[in-house]
Write a protein that binds this ligand. Structure first.
Ligand SMILES: Cc1cc2nc3c(=O)[nH]c(=O)nc-3n(C[C@H](O)[C@H](O)[C@H](O)COP(=O)(O)OP(=O)(O)OC[C@H]3O[C@@H](n4cnc5c(N)ncnc54)[C@H](O)[C@@H]3O)c2cc1C
Length: 282
């Protein structure tokens, strides 16, 4: 495994290196996924561009409008322990705290997680339920996209070569909204999810459901938004939740693997979506 290692100190330098080495360059953030892929011979870059010395990619802080900014190089552990992130949404810190072990969380970063795009990862469904936007930069300029448009398939994103995720922006949460993140872990406490569910829900003054976002992990090639369940709940009293939850079975596309059969995961998705809704409607 031979490669040239670069550690730029600014985003501009990193972008210039990406342009210079083209497809032969690979970004590295915490390295938890990249190093494994390199060891397995699945990734053989001639140039590794480490992002860890770039201060402008760090930080977690409230935005002036009451939202939250998470820098791409913030580690999972930093988000889990951030007072600003907890004040924004305890479910967000729960989701980051659900990843693997402390050792992995100390190393793995938010940008690396999103770019890796494993559909069983914990943060993406929660960030999606919270309506996050991802900011991306390349030498040609910047753009931001809804997080739902980032992952397009298993381990595949809509990022072009030469683009770097710089931050995740979470909008202010409307008063009265409740959020939860549930991870079903039947095997070991540090495993990937068999099924995960992130949900946010806000009641209208009369007690009906005004708005809800429900996103499932590990049951499709990307995190899956349960739009039919959401549509069935909007404008309805909580008593409709049980019927609406059944719709989730037809929205997901799980596969048979070591964590269970597709049929089992479909049933678990129904049960855990029901549990998530029970939590946000209590
Ligand atoms: C043992 C183990 C257990 C795990 N368990 C879980 C779990 O339970 N839940 C869970 O959610 N995840 C789990 N993970 C996955 C882990 O969350 C990811 O490996 C991690 O988030 C990737 O982040 P990183 O900073 O280490 O990325 P890296 O490995 O450095 O990079 C990953 C990919 O992202 C690209 N990249 C990195 N940063 C950027 C950026 N800013 N812009 C564009 N591209 C970028 C890299 O080029 C690479 O392709 C586990 C991983 C391991 C090794």
């Amino acid at each position: 495994m031979t490669f040239d290692y670069h550690e730029p100190r600014t985003l501009a330098e990193a972008l210039a290196l990406l342009d210079r080495y083209g497809e032969d360059a690979h970004l590295m953030a915490g390295g938890t996924a990249t190093v494994l892929l390199m060891r397995q011979g699945l990734l053989r870059p001639g140039h590794v561009i480490a992002l860890r010395a770039i201060d402008e990619l760090g930080g977690i802080a409230h935005t002036p409008d009451g939202g939250l900014r998470i820098g791409a190089m913030a580690t999972h552990r930093a988000v889990e322990r951030s007072a600003d992130a907890f004040a924004y949404s305890p479910a967000l810190t729960d989701a980051f705290g659900s990843v693997a072990t402390v050792r992995i969380r100390n190393q793995a970063t938010v940008g690396g997680n999103l770019a890796h795009a494993d559909p069983a990862q914990d943060p993406p469904p929660m960030l999606s339920a919270l309506n996050a936007t991802v900011s991306v930069r390349s030498s040609r300029g910047g753009r931001s996209l809804p997080i739902e448009e980032l992952a397009v398939d298993h381990f595949t994103t809509s990022l072009a070569h030469g683009e770097i995720i710089t931050e995740v922006i979470l909008p202010p949460i409307e008063p009265g909204t409740r959020e939860t993140y549930l991870k079903f872990l039947p095997r070991t406490a540090d495993d990937y999810a068999t099924v995960s569910v992130a949900a946010t829900l806000r009641f209208a003054p009369g007690g009906t459901i005004a708005e809800t976002r429900i996103v499932l992990g590990a049951v499709g090639p990307t995190p899956i938004r349960a739009r039919r369940v959401e549509d069935a709940l909007r404008g309805q009293p909580v008593s409709r939740a049980r019927d609406a939850v059944d719709l989730v079975r037809d929205e997901i596309d799980p596969i048979d693997d070591l964590r269970g059969s597709a049929a089992y995961k479909r049933e678990m998705a129904r049960i855990w979506t029901g549990r998530a809704l029970a939590q946000v409607t209590r």
